[in-house]
Design a binder for this molecule. Structure first.
Ligand SMILES: [Zn+2]
Length: 248
């Protein structure tokens, strides 16, 4: 009986330490965090970030505080994709500061170097196709240095599109067509197509599944910033959809 009690205590202690490790190392954030429908929810999550944001800050002040945090953020070895998450988030923030949508992407070569960066610019350029990944790939394919990484319109193996948010159907198919792998930072259950590959037409699904499509190994704070930048349109209801922000 005594032994059983000691065993139970040890198990409870072990579980307690594991939970603490997760909290401190921050490897797990409840997925429900990554659903944001209202400006109020967005502001509340922004003020909870370690960026010093206050609930009555003007939009410009909020964005400046995020910029300072990202500029000073030092990716740790614990989360191997944080270096890309930071770069993608800085791109996303750049777009938001220009009045655009907050999604950024970087292209990574097989040695882990960032060889192209871009952000969404649909609002800035009045173009329906200029999602971050589309802009990234067009910029890369139009560049001189892309030649050594490509054969015709297909990328040689080893390139990865890393996006702050999960790619939409259009972008996922573009990435598959080009033959790149996909990684994304934020695990929002409402965000994109990567987690819905089964819904693609069979041939497109087969093509998408030829390449790796996965959630990056990112710290909770980078995941949260990616998510909040993605939904930052709720701050001022930007974009052509003039509905009340509560209805998003
Ligand atoms: Zn897209």
């Amino acid at each position: 009986m005594k032994k059983t009690l000691i065993l139970i205590c040890l198990v409870v202690l072990f579980l307690g330490i594991s939970a603490q490790t997760n909290q401190q190392g921050g490897s797990v954030t409840d997925r429900s965090y990554f659903i944001t429908h209202t400006r109020q929810e967005l502001i509340s999550k922004l003020t909870d970030l370690p960026c010093g944001i206050k609930s009555d800050d003007q939009v410009k002040v909020i964005l400046d505080k995020l910029k300072k945090y990202l500029d000073e953020f030092k990716p740790s070895a614990e989360f191997e994709d944080d270096i890309y998450a930071r770069a993608a988030n800085l791109q996303a923030l750049k777009s938001v500061m220009q009045g655009g949508y907050g999604i950024g992407s970087v292209l990574i070569d097989k040695d882990g170097r960032i060889i192209e960066e871009a952000h969404n610019s649909q609002i800035q350029k009045s173009r329906s196709d200029l999602h971050a990944e589309m802009t990234l790939m067009t910029k890369f394919e139009d560049s001189r240095h892309s030649k050594k990484y490509m054969h015709m319109y297909v990328y040689k193996p080893g390139l990865t599109v890393f996006s702050s948010a999960e790619p939409c159907p259009m972008c996922l198919i573009r990435i598959s067509t080009a033959g790149a792998d996909t990684k994304y930072c934020t695990p929002g259950p409402e965000d994109g197509m990567a987690s819905r590959i089964d819904f693609l037409p069979p041939d497109w699904k087969a093509m998408a599944m030829k390449y790796s499509v996965e959630l990056g190994d990112c710290s909770p704070v980078m995941q949260k910033i990616s998510h909040l930048l993605f939904y930052s349109f709720l701050l001022d209801n930007r974009g052509p959809d003039k509905q009340d922000s509560d209805s998003h």
